[in-house]
Design a protein around this ligand. Structure first.
Ligand SMILES: Cc1ncc(COP(=O)(O)O)c(C=O)c1O
Length: 394
């Protein structure tokens, strides 16, 4: 019997949908930095940025206090301003589109592909007009977007591609690492991500001008940093653009450096969990597993299944409640951005504008996915999903 109907839950305690893994090396690294001379904008920031750039194969990596701040920096560096449009996906976290609004520009949503739920390049091509200045593709769930056609469109129309890879650290597209392909690529180090700094983000780029602007923007628009001035004995500094304090601390970067050493193991664990889920759920007709294109190696930030509602006697909300009753911390990614009250009110969206994203939203459930999960956790998820979905199968 289902737990929501009074039966025994599959687990005694809640398994969260995402969770960090922190070990003794991480704790030691943070403690050492707390005892050091620099708590912020010191040597650990440089070390983390250099190690990160090397890992993703980019010339420059510029750290930020969050993925959202990093997106804002990238939107600024791309030159987005009032009157401009940036094309992006509605099926994402609101921060992707919000960074366009921070710059006074307008997000132009385009529907996603029905298979991967990433931005559809054909629809992007159709949406480009004289106001379009940037494209912000989102590597949804850790599956890279179809970047080659997007980059070709950008080249043809003089656009900047800001890839939101907050889900995709360690993913590959046509054998090349995410972070080395778009004009700017943005990452997040929130605790549910592949590596964490508590809060934190990064922009990677091969473009030296973008890198210079990003460094300046995250530091109030000041053209030199305090450590450099101290080293050369200089007091004078100049604010050359209107920036913010979006700096990531040395404490956070010390943690990031340690976490980065574990990225390969974290990715391998996530890929193994995804393979176990796909193996188990492929046989269940009411479940559509995430689609993986041949040319990509996803990073599996999320494992979002889609329900085939025509085969079920319950809607997504009832299935979600039943899974939570079994102590499986399922979640929804995402409420399409244009359907949030702020976007509805400001841009008069009514629903129905982006049918693929909206249909996916009605059927999506993100299962727990984290490199901290044990084999027994994975078994619990498989058992609970099978139990609940079979219960409601017509
Ligand atoms: C797709 C996407 N973009 C941007 C962000 C914002 O990152 P942060 O939480 O580090 O600000 C997130 C956060 O989860 C995200 O999932």
């Amino acid at each position: 019997m289902l737990a929501v109907e009074g039966g025994e839950p599959v687990r005694e305690t809640l398994l969260p949908y995402g969770c960090q893994a922190i070990d003794e090396d991480d704790v030691q690294a943070v403690v050492e930095t707390l005892r050091s001379e620099w708590l912020t904008t010191g040597p650990k920031v440089d070390e983390f940025e250099e190690a990160f750039a090397a890992r993703v194969g980019a010339k420059h990596a510029i750290s930020f206090s969050s993925g959202t701040a990093a997106l804002h920096g990238a939107a600024f560096a791309a030159g987005l301003g009032p009157g401009d449009e940036a094309i992006t996906s509605p099926l994402t976290f609101a921060a992707t589109a919000n960074c366009v609004l921070y710059q006074g520009a307008t997000p132009a949503f385009v529907d996603v592909s029905p298979d991967t739920l990433t931005l559809d390049p054909e629809q992007v091509a159709f949406r480009i007009n004289s106001r379009t200045r940037a494209v912000l593709p989102v590597d949804y769930a850790g599956h890279p977007c179809d970047l080659d056609p997007l980059l070709q469109l950008a080249e043809r129309h003089g656009l900047v591609v800001i890839e939101d890879a907050c889900h995709a650290l360690g993913a590959e597209y046509r054998g090349r690492g995410i972070g080395s392909l778009s004009h700017m690529t943005v990452f997040s180090f929130h605790p549910v991500k592949h590596i964490t700094t508590g809060e934190g983000g990064m922009v990677t780029t091969d473009n030296a001008e973008f890198a210079k602007t990003l460094r300046c923007f995250r530091n109030h628009g000041i053209s030199s940093d305090a450590r450099h001035r101290q080293t050369v004995g200089q007091w004078h500094y100049e604010m050359v653009l209107l920036g913010f304090n979006y700096r990531l601390t040395d404490i956070a970067c010390a943690l990031g450096l340690q976490q980065l050493k574990k990225l390969e193991a974290n990715l391998a664990r996530r890929r193994k969990i995804a393979a176990s889920y796909s193996e188990a759920f492929r046989k269940i007709p009411a479940i559509l597993c995430p689609v993986v294109c041949a040319e990509v190696n996803p990073a599996w930030h999320l494992y979002p299944i889609r329900l085939n509602l025509s085969k079920l006697s319950a809607n997504r909300g009832e299935i979600l409640r039943a899974l939570r009753g079994e102590n499986i911390g399922v979640n929804i990614h995402y409420i399409p951005v244009h359907l949030h009250p702020y976007y509805r009110d400001r841009f008069s969206y009514k629903g129905g504008e982006f049918p693929v994203a909206e249909d996916a939203y009605e059927r999506l459930i993100s299962l727990p996915m984290s490199h901290a999960m044990r084999d027994t956790d994975v078994e619990d998820v498989i058992w609970a999903v099978t139990k609940v979905v079979e219960h409601f199968t017509k």
